[in-house]
Each structure stands twice: as C-alpha cells, then as structure tokens.
Design a protein around this ligand. Structure first.
Ligand SMILES: Cc1cc2nc3c(=O)[nH]c(=O)nc-3n(C[C@H](O)[C@H](O)[C@H](O)COP(=O)(O)OP(=O)(O)OC[C@H]3O[C@@H](n4cnc5c(N)ncnc54)[C@H](O)[C@@H]3O)c2cc1C
Length: 230
C-alpha cells in the first residue's frame, strides 16, 4: 500500500515504472542494441534479469527455441542458489511451491537377495547448514519464469526474443557498436530482412555481407550490431 496525496493506491511494488528503453521497447529485435545475450538458460536469464534494471542499456536476450522452456532438465536447487533468488525477490515464493529436501535415502541391491533392494543410508541433506535457505526441488522452467517476470516488471520491460538463433559474430576495430551478429529466425512469421544483412547499414556487430543468406520465410538471417564482450 502506498500513500499518495489523493488517497491510498494499492499497487504491486515489484512492478517498477517504465523508464528508458522500457518506454518504447521495440517488439522486434532491432538492428542495433547495447547488449545481446544468447540463450535463455539460467546463465542468460540471470544476466538479462540483472541488466533489465538498467533501462539506459538496451539489452536483448534471444533464444532459438520458439517459446519459453516448458520442461527443464534441472530441478535440484542448492540452498546457496536460493540466496541468489532472494536478491531478485522471489526466493520466498519459489520456496513455497517447492519440495524441501531435508534428508536423502540411498538404496542398492540386497547382498543376500539381489532381486530386492535395501536402504543403505539416510543422511541429513545439509549437515553443515550452509545457508538459511532450504535445498529445493522445483523445475528449472519455473525458475526461468521467475526471472522472466522480474525482467518484465523492471523499468526496461525486458522480454526474451524467442525463435531467434545466434549464428556467428565478428568484431570491428571501431565504432560504439562494433560487434556484428548474424541471427536466424527459427520460428515466427516470415519477414523480409535483407537490409539487416548489409554490414554497412547495420549498427551493431557485423558479419561479412557474403555470409548473410537471402531472407526467407522461417529461416531468414539478419545482422545485428551490439557492443563487444557479449
Ligand atoms: C539431465 C540433467 C540434469 C540436471 N540436473 C540439474 C539439477 O538438478 N540441478 C542443477 O543445478 N543443475 C542441473 N543440471 C545442470 C543445469 O541444467 C545446467 O548447469 C544449466 O542448465 C546451465 O545453464 P546455462 O544457461 O549455462 O545453459 P543451458 O541451460 O544449456 O541454456 C542455454 C540456452 O541457450 C540456447 N541456445 C543455445 N545455442 C543457441 C543459439 N545459437 N542461439 C540461440 N539460443 C541458443 C539453448 O536453447 C538454451 O535455452 C542438469 C543438467 C542435465 C543435462
């Protein structure tokens, strides 16, 4: 609840006012951006979530999958990782929906009757008590959703760009956006993108024009420019 001169206004304090790029963020991947992150796995999403708090930096995150991760491979979340989630404000929410591991059970074939299994150990999960947070089991897809939510609520209103695959990049010696990146649409509507393939017309990392394939329906390539080190 926030107090205003014209009364109480109930808002979600996690949704921050849009600023900078968040005021008119282009829906499509632009020709030029400051940071391009490739891949919406945990590494990419945490970097993007952090950068989403800086609306003066135009960051995009691309993913070759056509949509959000639906079923991840990972589901064990170490307690110290939950500390990281606290920094993004969703540790408590995630902890509420997760299974908490307190001990583990190990089983192996019974030596007397190998067709049967027996429990051989039942250790406490975290005897050193490494964190105030618990060891959780929750699917990776849920965690990535939380990072996506964090980005969307940030001043930059960042959203992953799905269905775009990174192909390669080249780095030029000069310019504010000297990294030319070639990308390919793996999903989504067909679009003409020939102008983006010409390095001279691009404003981020460049690739040789000869390397750019002609635009086609679902697999057009495009060159984007961004800053080095991405
Ligand atoms: C079977 C299995 C079980 C696991 N269980 C656990 C567990 O319980 N707990 C745990 O902490 N860790 C677990 N891990 C490890 C965990 O999944 C990885 O450490 C983690 O996913 C690595 O994150 P990442 O962001 O570096 O890479 P990834 O999760 O691999 O993400 C990379 C992303 O980049 C995208 N991508 C790749 N190339 C391109 C491209 N050219 N253009 C656009 N997008 C691209 C991919 O589609 C993907 O979405 C497990 C791993 C496996 C394989």
């Amino acid at each position: 609840m926030q107090f205003h001169h014209h009364g109480y206004v109930s808002t979600d304090p996690r949704v921050l006012p849009a600023e900078g790029i968040g005021l008119d963020r282009p829906d499509e991947l632009p020709d030029e951006m400051d940071v391009l992150i490739v891949g919406t796995g945990p590494a990419g999403m945490i970097a993007a979530a952090q950068l989403s708090r800086f609306p003066d930096v135009h960051t995009r995150i691309i993913e070759r999958r056509p949509q959000r991760l639906e079923v991840g491979q990972a589901d064990g979340i170490q307690a110290r990782s939950v500390e990281t989630f606290q920094a993004f404000g969703f540790a408590e929410e995630l902890s509420c929906e997760a299974y908490h591991i307190t001990e583990m059970a190990f089983w192996k074939p019974d030596t007397a009757t190998p067709e049967h299994i027996v429990r051989t150990a039942q250790p406490v999960d975290d005897p050193q008590d490494v964190s105030e947070f618990p060891h959780l089991i929750v699917n990776q897809a849920r965690i990535l959703d939380r990072f996506a939510e964090f980005m969307e609520r940030s001043p930059s209103r960042m959203r992953p760009d799905y269905g775009i695959e990174f192909l390669d990049l080249t780095v030029e010696d000069s310019g504010t956006h000297p990294v030319a990146v070639r990308v390919r649409h793996t999903a989504g509507p067909a679009r003409a993108r020939s102008g983006w393939c010409a390095p001279s017309t691009c404003s981020a990392p460049t690739a040789p024009a000869a390397a750019c394939a002609p635009p086609s329906a679902a697999a057009s390539t495009a060159t984007r420019r961004t800053t080095p080190g991405v």
